[in-house]
Design a protein around this ligand. Structure first.
Ligand code: NAP
Length: 460
């Protein structure tokens, strides 16, 4: 057989997951000097992962990344095989037979646990659930969020916590021209929330927001951002952190907190969003519904940039009606693929999947959050995927077993034999067009279909 990666013997790659890291991996392969056919397999009928169902609806600019993904999908050697779950509809073992290599770019689909009593009481939700729900993800369509409460608490001070608290703080007018799911907008329209508390276990110099996201709290039409000046007092180590030249983001964040602490309360605004620091969640109290959150006052301990939160045994309580845990994501295991239980990632060496003891697993690769953990912005995944593809392309000799592989055509026949309805990119484009059409009269960029059957029914 001719050399692998040539017109007569193209490199056949299956990518599992159609979020940013999947598309960036496809882009790197298509742009390489090797002839590659790329098949992206996606669990939902809709592609784009967190860009469609994670990025906040009021951050439409971030969704422009989709324009590039559409161009990639238009390449002649690209297939989207959507509505197909790897590990259920088709196994990793089967993909290793149909393709020369499989790249897992399936993201971090679940949340880290707080591991405190009361975490599972009614009214205590994960950020993933709420974000998925307002973004119209079919998995979360049927969830209910009781916003008839006075007080909401968000645990965590990262950008997901910023998204959740901002969506709760905004008015319907501020959201109605976004692609927020209609069912979520209807519930938010009836919200009775008066106070939103965003709780950090460390101090104001360690919050993980980015400035653009935090700045938005100063521009909300019906919500005052509130920070007590006394909460902004820093220990020496935190002062050193902020003085460090490279630490511009935290310096800006601290500056914004300072600005908010000086704002005059606008009594015309009905909501208050409190940013609170050095408070560690200890217990959620309630019978069936959550009623109170017990927080332990923390102090920081350790060198600059390595400070951790240490409890002081002194606690405070907040009456709370609804709570969101936004303390980071973790991946879920896939049958047939090594998994690092503690980190919630696939163990790997620069994208080459390894066993937990470090031994490289032939044919398997990974990129994105399932490779490195849930960090960075959309664009961070481009470099991450590119590193993986460089490793894969330097392994060509190893991947060339001399056995003929059939790629997508063999996947299609396996799925057809199992009566599994798969969706290609043209079919997805019909759903896409219809969503945009339905959104238009409402002044929305699109109205998302939130049930899989609805999406499939649109395809002609
Ligand atoms: P994150 O940035 O890692 O923030 C997690 C937060 O949870 C931190 O404040 C962390 O505090 C806290 N935390 C962790 N474990 C905790 C515990 N046991 N008790 C109390 N607090 C705890 O994670 P994320 O907000 O989920 O965001 C994930 C990634 O997506 C980030 O890179 C983020 O920037 C990105 N993202 C970007 C955007 C955007 O660009 N607009 C939007 C959404 C998400 P410590 O610092 O003390 O660990």
């Amino acid at each position: 057989m001719t050399k692998l990666g040539t017109d007569d013997n193209p490199l056949l790659i299956a990518i599992v997951g159609s979020g940013p890291s999947g598309f960036y991996a496809a882009e790197a392969l298509i742009k390489s000097d090797v002839k590659a056919n790329v098949d992206i397999i996606e669990r939902l009928p809709s592609p784009y992962g967190l860009v469609r169902s994670g990025v906040a609806p009021d951050h439409q600019k971030l969704k422009q990344a989709i324009n590039l993904y559409k161009t990639i999908a238009g390449a002649p050697d690209f297939n989207l095989i959507a509505n197909v779950t790897v590990g259920k509809d088709i196994s990793v073992e089967e993909l290793c037979k149909t393709h020369h290599a499989v790249i897992f770019t399936c993201g971090a689909e679940t949340d880290r646990k707080l591991d405190i009593p009361g975490e599972d009481l009614r009214g205590s939700h994960t950020a993933t659930e709420f974000v998925g729900w307002y973004n119209g993800h079919p998995d979360y369509r049927e969830l209910e969020f009781d916003l008839s409460q006075d007080v909401a608490v968000i645990i965590g001070q990262g950008n997901v916590a910023a998204d959740v608290s901002r969506i709760l703080s905004k008015t319907v007018d501020e959201l109605k021209h976004t692609d927020i799911a209609q069912h979520a907008l209807d519930v938010l329209a009836e919200s009775k929330l008066k106070e939103i508390h965003v709780i950090g276990r460390r101090g104001p110099a360690q919050a993980k927001f980015t400035p653009k996201e935090l700045r938005e709290f100063g521009k909300l039409s019906d919500c005052n951002p509130i920070i007590l000046e006394q909460d902004l007092v820093l220990n020496n180590e935190s002062k050193k952190e902020l003085e460090e030249k490279g630490n511009i983001i935290n310096k800006k964040i601290y500056g914004l907190f300072s600005d908010f602490s000086k704002y005059e309360l606008d009594s015309n605004k009905s909501k208050k969003c409190f940013f609170r620091f050095l408070l560690g969640p200890k217990e959620i109290i309630g019978n069936t519904n959550i009623e109170k959150l017990v927080l332990e006052k923390n102090v920081l301990s350790g060198e600059p940039f390595k400070q951790s939160a240490k409890g002081t045994n002194e606690t405070i309580e907040i009456d709370v009606g609804i709570l969101f845990r936004s303390i980071g994501y973790r991946g879920i295991p896939i049958t047939g693929v090594p998994f690092h239980k503690n980190w919630g990632t696939i163990p790997n060496e620069k994208g080459r999947v390894t066993e937990n003891d470090g031994a490289v697993v032939n044919q398997l690769y990974t990129a994105g959050w399932i490779k490195r953990g849930p960090s960075g912005i959309i664009g961070t995944n481009r470099a991450c995927s590119s590193e993986t593809i460089q490793c894969l392309l330097s392994d060509l000799e190893k991947l060339d077993t001399g056995t003929k592989k059939h790629g997508a055509s063999e996947i299609y026949s396996k799925l057809d034999n199992k009566n599994i309805r798969h969706v290609n990119f043209d079919e997805w484009s019909q759903i896409d067009t219809k969503e945009i059409e339905i959104g238009e009269p409402k002044g929305k960029p699109r109205e998302k279909y939130t049930y899989i059957e609805e999406m499939l029914s649109v395809i002609k």
